[in-house]
Design a protein around this ligand. Structure first.
Ligand SMILES: CC(C)(COP(=O)(O)OP(=O)(O)OC[C@H]1O[C@@H](n2cnc3c(N)ncnc32)[C@H](O)[C@@H]1OP(=O)(O)O)[C@@H](O)C(=O)NCCC(=O)NCCS
Length: 232
């Protein structure tokens, strides 16, 4: 199911994102490639870049104003599974078990925080947080993930909005920190980094990322909830 069918603004945003590369005309102004001069010297169109950008930014503003991050409700459960499955469909190191993980966490009462991103009432992204254990006995740490945004709407700030809202709510709940397994290049923008004193066994350490909310950093082996083993 295409969750976006019917949203003209979003379709327009998608169209803008797939615009062709820019070219520069002899006066230094930029044309979209489809607006370049013909070889006979006549121009098809001289739309200045300013016009294109103004429309593009307007569309992004429209989308941002419609983006709503909120807690999941029972009515979101199927949509969350669908969004998660779609986002991880082509992921190179996913076993496509992420929807099962979310269901297992929920069934075990371990879905501490489950936030959806919705636009025009449609769920387009999701993030889950669940408790982690640390062998030194430190409590109130949570794991981030899975996090998903529908592929057509990625790189537009939805993942960032979900994660920032989740981290903010965790802090309000009195959490002491958050940990995850993921790409350091993406998560460092939220302040996550590898702490050698926090160990997650079985993966290269650089992929284990933590974000303490207080000065004290735990020292020990970290474990995620058993729900992460779910395969069906
Ligand atoms: C990861 C994900 C949730 C990010 O959501 P998003 O809405 O695309 O993210 P944002 O728009 O907030 O941020 C996009 C930025 O992050 C970068 N980015 C996205 N995924 C990245 C990754 N895996 N590694 C490094 N950078 C990444 C983009 O290049 C972009 O950079 P820019 O702002 O410099 O252009 C989304 O890409 C997704 O659902 N991916 C598939 C599932 C997945 O990989 N989940 C995370 C598993 S660890």
């Amino acid at each position: 199911m295409d969750l976006f069918t019917g949203s003209t603004e979003l379709m327009a945003v998608k169209k803008r994102f797939s615009r062709p590369p820019m070219a520069t005309n002899p006066k230094g102004r930029k044309w979209r490639r489809s607006f370049q001069p013909r070889s006979n010297g006549t121009n098809r169109c001289e739309a200045p870049l300013l016009t294109v950008h103004k429309t593009f930014n307007d569309l992004l503003d429209i989308m941002a104003s419609k983006l709503n991050i909120r807690k999941e409700t029972a009515a979101d459960i199927e949509a969350i599974s669908a969004v998660t499955a779609a986002a991880f469909k082509d992921h190179p190191i996913s076993k496509q078990t992420e929807p099962f993980i979310i269901r297992a966490l929920r069934a075990a009462g371990a879905l501490t925080l489950s936030l959806v991103a919705e636009i025009d009432g449609r769920v387009v992204g999701h993030v889950a947080f669940s408790p982690v254990t640390i062998s030194d006995g430190t409590g109130a740490w949570y794991g981030l993930g899975p996090v998903s945004v529908l592929q057509d709407l990625q790189k537009q700030g939805i993942g960032k909005a979900l994660i920032n809202e989740g981290l903010s709510r965790l802090k309000t709940m009195g959490a002491q920190g958050c940990a995850l397994i993921g790409d350091p290049d993406y998560y460092r923008r939220f302040g996550f980094r590898n702490y050698p004193e926090m160990v997650y066994e079985g993966i290269p350490q650089k992929f284990f990322q933590a974000l303490p909310f207080i000065d004290e950093v735990p020292q020990g082996i970290v474990g995620f909830h058993d729900g992460f083993q779910a395969t069906s």
